[in-house]
Unconditional design. Structure first.
Length: 214
């Protein structure tokens, strides 16, 4: 008897990404209700932005956009019942945490660790680039004493680089993004649309933005 695999949504996130914060607290429950598994895909936005000619977050480069984003995040977090404290430094470095998320992507404790890092950054204004902070968050999840060192080894560093390269190959240009059956959805507000698509694709794989009929 042949079994069927569980449908999966890939959640592509960056720990410094503001909109990834509420998405990280929503994706697992939304997927569970649909019988869908979540694949946690950490990557770095820095190389993605650099490829677009940006040396900083667009929310810093374009002040009006930044003001809107922070107010929008206020609304989103209030709606989800999430605390929000604007970080005293934005964006913060996220490399150590991202390496851990890549190295231990399939660990049972990984989703809770991801959410703990987001909470530390966006609710507690803690420096998530500080190894001591990340070690503490790992200990809370029962990850084991060697988890941090394992995630900073050369193979783990290469894994994060490869995953960031993969994000760009997939056309990912921001976070959060969701990938289902090769279809890309950008933004936390596209989570339900991504899950809907997984159940019932509306267009064929070759559909694109062609010219409207005459």
């Amino acid at each position: 008897m042949t079994g069927t695999s569980t449908p999966t949504i890939e959640f592509w996130f960056e720990f410094a990404s503001t909109y990834s914060y509420p998405a990280a607290f929503a994706v697992e429950e939304a997927a569970r209700k649909r019988g869908v598994a979540v694949a946690w895909r950490a990557f770095l936005l820095g190389p993605v932005f650099a490829a677009q000619g940006w040396r900083d977050s667009p929310f810093n480069l374009y002040p009006a956009k930044g003001r809107y984003m922070w107010r929008d995040l206020d609304r989103l977090c209030a709606a989800q019942g999430l605390p929000l404290r604007r970080p005293s430094r934005f964006p913060r470095g996220s490399v150590p945490a991202a390496r851990i998320a890549c190295r231990f992507a399939d660990a049972a404790w990984l989703p809770d660790f991801v959410r703990a890092v987001y909470r530390a950054n966006f609710a507690e204004d803690r420096d998530i680039g500080d190894p001591a902070v990340i070690r503490e968050l790992l200990e809370r999840q029962g990850a084991g004493p060697d988890a941090f060192a394992a995630a900073q080894a050369d193979d783990a560093k290469a894994l994060l680089r490869a995953q960031t390269d993969r994000a760009m190959e997939l056309g990912i240009f921001g976070a959060p993004s969701f990938l289902v059956n090769g279809e890309l959805f950008w933004g936390g507000d596209r989570l339900d649309a991504a899950l809907d698509w997984l159940a019932t694709p509306l267009l064929g794989p070759d559909a694109g933005g062609g010219s409207p009929p005459a």
